[in-house]
Ligand binder design. Structure first.
Ligand code: FES
Length: 275
């Protein structure tokens, strides 16, 4: 197995374990999180010393710069707050956050480059071919990314933007998974659906079913233990980000929303779409 693949597998394993720990009771969760925090603090102190030592020497400094270009080392130093996230990474993350919004308008957006205060993107789907829609989306994307990277002044389409088909062909391969019996769903109560492919939060609100990816846009923690207020606003249990249940719109960040999951009701069951 190559190093890259091993790293990817490890990252997947860590994600799986984190998901399992979230299901522990409070007491066990606290012990695990204390253990993780102590190990992380220990690692951070050691890394800080290592970086400090390397920076004191010219050759060491060069080696450090070389090392930071390795994605695994970059991620580790970033995680331990030893280096700051660069604007490029921030812009990529910001685009990830607004993807559900762009998709709800029939399109998709992809990071291409960040150069001279300009963010180059590739638009796909329904927004390609309609200059007005595409212009509006560019403005929306600009406004959204500026709240993360104020230094960006404009958004432009990458020159090689291919004009893609209006329909997502991958749709044809999509299928649905049976999630709940419809009568199990209770008005205003959140249900979590979790299997190997999907972690979703489902809510019946004013007679309609809404399903979203169970991941808060703030730090990706699950939402299913959150609260739904009388006005249909879902509150993330971790740090209080708020979402409109009928649209997934995040009330704390402009143009950011939860990723919706298409649903259908058939044979008395609610089905959720898996891509
Ligand atoms: S993870 Fe939801 S508000 Fe922080």
């Amino acid at each position: 197995m190559t190093e890259d693949l091993r790293f990817e597998k490890l990252a997947e394993k860590i994600d799986d374990l984190i998901k399992k720990v979230r299901d522990f009771d409070d007491e066990k969760r606290e012990v695990v999180s204390e253990l993780i925090n102590s190990i992380e603090e220990f690692t951070r102190i050691a890394l800080l010393k290592l970086v400090k030592l390397l920076k004191e020497d010219i050759v060491g400094k060069e080696l450090l710069l070389k090392a930071v270009k390795e994605p695994e080392i970059y991620a580790l130093l970033l995680k331990h707050r030893i280096i700051k996230e660069d604007d490029r990474t921030k812009a990529i993350k910001a685009l990830e956050l607004i993807k559900p919004y762009v998709r709800s308008h029939g399109g998709d957006v992809e990071f291409v480059d960040l150069k001279d205060r300009t963010l180059y993107v590739r638009l796909r789907g329904a927004c390609v071919g309609c200059s007005q829609v595409s212009f509006t989306l560019q403005q929306t994307i600009l406004e959204a990314v500026q709240s993360f990277v104020p230094y960006i002044e404009r958004v432009e389409l990458a020159k090689d933007t291919p004009s893609e088909a209006l329909f997502d062909l991958s749709d044809k391969k999509s299928n649905y998974v049976r999630a709940f019996e419809v009568r199990e769903l209770k008005e205003g109560r959140m249900c979590r659906f979790l299997n190997e492919e999907l972690d979703a939060v489902v809510v019946l609100w004013e007679g309609r079913v809404y399903a979203y990816k169970n991941s808060c846009v703030h730090q990706g923690h699950p939402l299913h233990e959150g609260e739904i207020k009388e006005d249909g606003v879902l509150i993330c249990p971790w740090h209080g980000f708020e979402y409109r249940i009928t649209s997934g719109e995040c009330l704390n960040l402009p143009y950011v929303q939860l990723e919706p999951i298409p649903t259908k009701i058939e044979g008395g069951y609610l089905w959720l779409k898996i891509r």
